[in-house]
Every structure is written in C-alpha cells, then in structure tokens.
Design a protein around this ligand. Structure first.
Ligand code: ADP
Length: 486
C-alpha cells in the first residue's frame, strides 16, 4: 500500500502555507511514473518570507539564540527520537518518491538517527582558544554561528542529506532555509513536521519546495543568507559559487559529482573484490555521487574478473523498490533515464564492449538493466563523464604507477578505492590518488565521525566529522588590555 502523503505545503515560521503565487507542481513515483501529489511551488517571494523568518529566529534575543548549547543538543536528540518513531513511514515515503529500494531506505534511517545524535553531541563542544598574545593583551576566540544558512538538496538521498545538513547547521546555532530537489519534495516536508513536533522555535527550520533556477537561485542571491551548503551537480555548483558572491559574500560548502576510480590489483582477494565492485557501482541504480564508475582491473586477472562482473550484474533482482527483496529499482525520473540510456548508446558507438544490460526494462516507470561495458578506454565518454546510472565501465591496466596517473586524469576527485593484499600498494595508492575519500578492500564505508567531501571539481569543504560544524561558524578574536604592572 502506498504511504500516506500528509504534507504538501511550504513550511515557513513553523506554519504550513501555500506558495504566494498559488502555484503547485506535480511529483511522481519512479516505479510507474504516476503523479502522487501536487506540492506548493515556492519561488523568490516565498524564499524571501522564509529567509526573513530564519533571520528573525537568529536575532540575538530570540528564543533560539538564548538557548544553551546543551539545549540545542536536547532538541536535536528529540528530533532523532521522532525520526526513529516514524522510521518505517519515512523510509516508505522515500522509496515511493525517489525509487530507492526499501532495504536501502531503511538502512539510511539508522544512519540518519546516528548522524543526528552525533551532531547533537557536538553542539556544546564548540569552543575557542586562549591566545598567548605579545604585549599586555589577553586574547581569546569565540566561535559563533554564521547566521541564516541556505541548504540546497539533491534528489538522490533526500532524507539523509536533509538530516545531515540541517543538524550540522543547528548544532552550530544557525537557522536554516531548506530547498529540497524538485524531484523529491515529500520527505523534507515530513521531516519539517517532526522539527515542529520536536519543539524547535519558530523560524529555525524552514522548507521551501520549488525549482532550482527560481527558488534555489533566490536563496543563493538573498542578502540575508550568510552561508550556502549545496549537494548536486558540478554545473550547478559553479553557478552557486558565483551567485554567492553577488549581493553579499556567502560562505559556501559544495558537495558535487564524481567519476570515482576503483582499482583491482592482481593480488586482490577476488571473492571480496568482485561483489564489492558490483555494489560500488550498482547500489541505488548508480545514482550515488561516490559510485565506482571507473573500474580499473589489472591485466593478470582481467578476463576472469570481467566474466564474474557480468554474472553479478545479471544476478541483481530488478523490481518494485517497495518490495523487500528488490535489489535494483528505477532511475529517479524520465529525464535521468533518458540521459543514462544516451550514455549507454555513446559507449556502444565509441567502441566499448557491451557485455550485459544496456536497455530499458519494460515500459512502466524508469527502469534500466544493470549494464557492464568492458574494454573501455580512458578517452571514451562513459569513462569521462558522470553517468549517474547503473553502468559499470571496466578498464584494463598494467602497473600501479600507471593506474594512479590514469585515475587522477579527471577534473573530479570525490572517492577512490583499491583492492589489494599488498600493504605497499594500498599505501601508495591512498597517498597519491586525488580524492577526498579512499577505501582499501572495501567501498562505501562512511560514518558521522569521518569527514566527507571532494578534491578538485568534486567540491569545496567537508561534511561530517568532528570539525564539520566549523563550516557554519565564524571565529571572533577578543583582545583585552591588561594592566602593565600588577
Ligand atoms: P541533478 O543534476 O542531480 O538534478 P542539480 O545540481 O541540477 O542536480 O540540482 C541539485 C539541487 O540544486 C536541486 O535542489 C535543484 O533544484 C537545485 N538547483 C538547480 N539549479 C539551481 C540554481 N541555478 N541555483 C540554485 N539551486 C539550483
């Protein structure tokens, strides 16, 4: 049974309101492409209302600013409790609107709860330094919230990324305006209802659904927004960085795309490496910024590995993402499905060897078969551009030195992995590969405690980890004159 859709309006100042224009937009389920709700379509005027509410909530005398830091942690933990209470409903709603298989949605709920609790624990550990200044001066630093933060979300992990960005900003003491992705508006609204139930004061969290060039752009241009945190494409990331410098100077955190290399050495334990390599690219139908979309396999094991990779792709169970046994659901929408199928055609045309998959599944919804290309060359489009679909591109290499240079020959730098039983290979690769996250003999391991973000065009700044709140803080130095003699 489809999950009930309870919230479709904008959430501003702890109230549910229609868009000022009265406009709405349709949202669909990728399983069959049917419209499941009409959601209020916010634009510049609604963003302005939401930013004003967030700005009022940030005033030095506001209820939020007067809270002890430890009380911010109490509220965040309350939010985590409510998410735990509603985890099954939220996971089902995520699957319904996004197409994420339910096993993954449920797994994410545990990660979301753990993440909010970790971030809550940081709220009262934000502390400055005492400084050994020269002369008769006593100096110390205060770390203070930067102000209103605009949080712009992608569609591929709506609940997790909402929770991660919002809880980091709130732990720091900021107030926020969230702009969810237009493809997946529903879970952000369900979470907004829990924010209100948890008891966060008015205006601390606001959610305005709408499109990127209207609502998103209004947020990035708003002079009362001090900080933007964005997850999405490199193309839009560049626009956001420009917009953030127009009406004021916003701090910017960008978590963007990737073309992550995964290297399998001749000496790898293939029983481990083969299934990992399949999951590393096919999880969530390849709609993951850290997907291992360039699989480099060393010459000595290449043929064997390729044959096994094909078997793994063919064994993945395709079906309705709401079915607990499904491993492979639909792409998020028709546009993404068409884009991915276009990349597959390019792969074929440019001479990569298509070994399995390559086609749309049926005519309902947006399903694509898990696809494996072998004999891919570095200059082919499928080896260079982010596909964001279930396409494994396998490339052959001879030496570690060679593969490191080939892995780095890209403008991306998000994640990388290596499977090897030789510690020197692992250490050399980890040292020289240009990526913000490196996995050895595993892939996808992530946690609240470890920083996450990209080198090069894959982003600016880090999310998660002990220092993640710094991205929402200003450092203030206070210098006090001391009497010369005492
Ligand atoms: P994808 O290509 O994966 O859909 P995008 O980078 O296009 O990702 O979108 C990610 C988020 O950025 C969405 O919430 C989208 O609405 C928003 N967005 C798109 N264009 C802009 C823009 N010009 N300014 C601000 N936000 C935008």
């Amino acid at each position: 049974m489809a999950p009930q859709i309870k919230y479709t309006k904008l959430f501003i100042d702890n109230e549910w309101v229609d868009a000022k224009s009265g406009k709405t937009f349709e949202t669909r389920t990728p399983h069959d492409g049917s419209v499941i709700a009409k959601v209020a379509e916010g634009d510049k005027a609604d963003i302005d209302e939401a930013v004003k509410a967030a700005h009022r909530a940030f005033h030095r005398n506001s209820e939020w600013r007067l809270l002890d830091a430890s009380q911010r942690a109490v509220l965040l933990n309350k939010l985590a409790d409510l998410i735990k209470r509603d985890a099954v409903y939220l996971a089902e709603l995520e699957t319904y609107n996004n197409g994420m298989v339910i096993g993954m949605s449920m797994h994410f709920m545990d990660a979301v709860i753990a993440n909010i609790r970790y971030l809550a624990s940081l709220a009262d550990k934000i502390q400055g330094d005492t400084i050994p200044s020269d002369g008769d001066t006593f100096a110390y630093t205060l770390k203070q919230p930067v102000g209103v933060a605009g949080l712009i979300l992608p569609w591929n992990g709506p609940i997790f990324i909402f929770a991660s960005k919002v809880a980091t900003a709130l732990a720091a003491g900021c107030t926020v305006v969230v702009k969810p992705a237009e493809q997946t508006p529903l879970t952000a609204l369900a979470l907004a209802a829990l924010v209100a139930e948890a008891g966060f004061p008015r205006g601390v969290v606001n959610v305005v659904n709408g499109y990127g060039p209207t609502a998103g752009a209004a947020l990035t241009h708003h002079p009362q927004v001090a900080k933007i945190s964005f997850t999405g494409s490199v193309e839009v990331g560049k626009l956001i960085q420009q917009a953030a410098g127009v009406n004021n100077l916003k701090r910017v955190t960008l978590e963007l795309g990737g073309k992550s290399p995964l290297v399998i050495m001749d000496d790898a334990d293939l029983n481990v490496a083969i299934p990992f390599a399949a999951n590393a690219v096919f999880t969530h139908q390849g709609q993951v910024c850290i997907a291992a979309s360039r699989l480099y396999v060393q010459a000595g094991i290449y043929d064997k590995f390729v044959a096994e990779a094909v078997k793994h792709a063919q064994a993945r169970k395709i079906g309705n993402p709401a079915d607990a046994t499904t491993q492979h659901g639909p792409q998020v929408d028709e546009e993404m499905m068409t884009k991915v199928l276009g990349y597959i055609e390019k792969g074929k045309k440019e001479g990569a060897k298509l070994l399995t998959g390559g086609k749309r599944v049926g005519k309902m919804g947006y399903y694509i078969e898990p696809t494996v290309f072998a004999d891919v060359k570095d200059n082919m489009t499928i080896a260079k551009e982010e596909i964001f679909g279930p396409v494994q591109s396998i490339l052959k290499f001879d030496t570690l030195e060679e593969v490191i240079d080939r892995a780095n020959d890209t403008s991306y730098g998000l994640a990388a992995g290596i499977f090897t039983t030789n510690v020197n290979n692992a250490l050399q690769f980890s040292k020289h590969v240009e990526a913000g996250v490196v996995w050895v003999n595993q892939y996808f391991a992530m946690g609240s405690q470890a920083p996450f973000g990209g080198f090069k065009d894959s982003g600016i700044g880090r999310e998660s980890g002990f220092h993640c709140v710094d991205a929402y803080l200003e450092v203030k130095t206070v210098s006090i004159s001391l009497p010369k003699k005492f």
